[in-house]
Design a protein around this ligand. Sequence first.
Ligand code: OXD
Ligand code: MN
Length: 602
Amino acid sequence: MSYEVENLPAAVSHAGLLAWVQESAELCQPDVVYWCDGTQAEYDRLMAGMVASGAATPLAQRPNSFLFRSDPSDVARVENRTYISTAHRDDAGPSNNWVAPDELKRTMTELYRGSMAGRTMYVIPFSMGPLGSPMAKTGVEITDSPYVVCNMHIMTRVGLAVLEALGADGEFVPALHSVGAPLAPGQQDVPWPCAPIEQKYISHFTEENLIWSYGSGYGGNALLGKKCFALRLASVMARREGWMAEHMLILRLTNPAGKRYHIAAAFPSACGKTNLAMIRPTIPGWQAETIGDDIAWMKIGPDGRLYAINPEAGFFGVAPGTSYQSNPMAMDTVRENTIFTNCVLTDEGDVWWEGMGVPTPAHGIDWKGSDWTPDVKEPGAHPNARFTAPASQCPIISSDWEDPAGVPIDIFVFGGRRASVTPLVTEAFNWDHGVFMGATAASETTAANIGAVGNLRRDPFAMQPFCGYNMADYFQHWLDMGDRLGDKAPKIFYVNWFRKTTDGKWLWPGYGENSRVLKWMCERVDGSAAAQATAIGYLPDEGTLDLSGLNLSPEALHELLRVDETAWQAEALDMEKYLGQFGDRMPERLQQQAAALRARLG
Ligand code: OXD
Ligand code: MN
């Protein structure tokens, strides 16, 4: 068994890292082990190789941008193949798939054996968080996918500086990834190698900070800095170390007087989170800046407030539905230096997707590589088609988005997609009530995860697929953080932009108009806006939402803010039933919240 080693940097002095790379190479048996340096030249060389092999198509209309098409079986995160592997099953909890570490490692070791034959094994040192930030953490991903390397270049901070900072004995998260498609000598590669679904495993050995991913090349299954590290593993580290790793965008709002407010908001996949992260407020004088679109790491600062950083360096956004109407800032972000996956290729050499807000091309090549015209019944772009783009290209990225100290959070927002029941906005009575709101959040399912579209699923804190430990313990961690934050704790709100009329029309215009709701939240923080207490929380008082210039009928407003107590009685029962699955690990204080809600509803 032998392999070439390329680009081994002088900066690696870490015996543990060298040993792990060697051990992985001996197991996976690549032809070459290549150490990534994170340079543009490296990115360009790998991309050129993928263009030459036919895996990538350069886009004539977008500088330095490329289109990839995945295998039709490998299009989204595979939650039913995602595991939290802890010694005790209860530590993973009922919301996670669990297999004992020994057994899972045995199974996966056999899959990894020889899995990189005929391929290059890339070693990617990366930082989650700005290098040098006290909140940043280091990872090293090993992968046999050059597509993953290029995406990691955009999504994280890759480079030799990471190895230098690691030194001889720094801590890092080892993350081993293989697409699971070894090549026999002379065998021609396919454009998107991957393994069949029953061989895919996205595994987290949380007690030893270790990630093993096998069989998928797509998104969160393969770009291991994102969901695997920055959420699942980081949530475990955060609990251990007394901070928070959340599935939240980070947004700065500035009011006409120049006062700043920082908002961290959690929504399940494809609920308009990226749009909200890049909102253009429609209310005069209010400005928004983006700090992050998906993940927030938060720690209590010296002044007792909660400070957030975005651990990522890029956006991995859902393309379909992104348009100059829904998200102009994202559209400008992806004009160049962007990787597109599973979009339509137009005859002019651009990408297109459903809901892009430009005329449908008369002809193109769809995400499966077939000729496509508007007459074809199936969508041309996969509903979970993605763009990978540098955050620095977002026109409203805040100038200090990489501030190592982070930004102080004033407001937490939870939400989901609900056609009925949930009002436009509700403010929690207090921290515990807010935690209860987060814990019982629910949304109708979409295409970002595999499963039936349109079912209601409870998705606590939008962390259902991303919490690396028992969700009941996670709820307790939130309660503990609230106790530590005391009166410096952010205010908590719940929103639903998606309420519909009985004949199925959106009641709220959404997008930039959501700034009206955010403004109300800021005024609640200042104590300047009125609210009325209802059974489910505080709702805006008549006239306190700024609706000037918006053509919203009084009936629509009434319906948007209506608390249907009968529907809520059923909802409260369903919430209690959901929380009941956590048994006696469920914090007493949340059980009290559930009982209090029922009592208020009468
Ligand atoms: C994402 C997701 O891709 O949450 O961010 O699915
Ligand atoms: Mn996400």
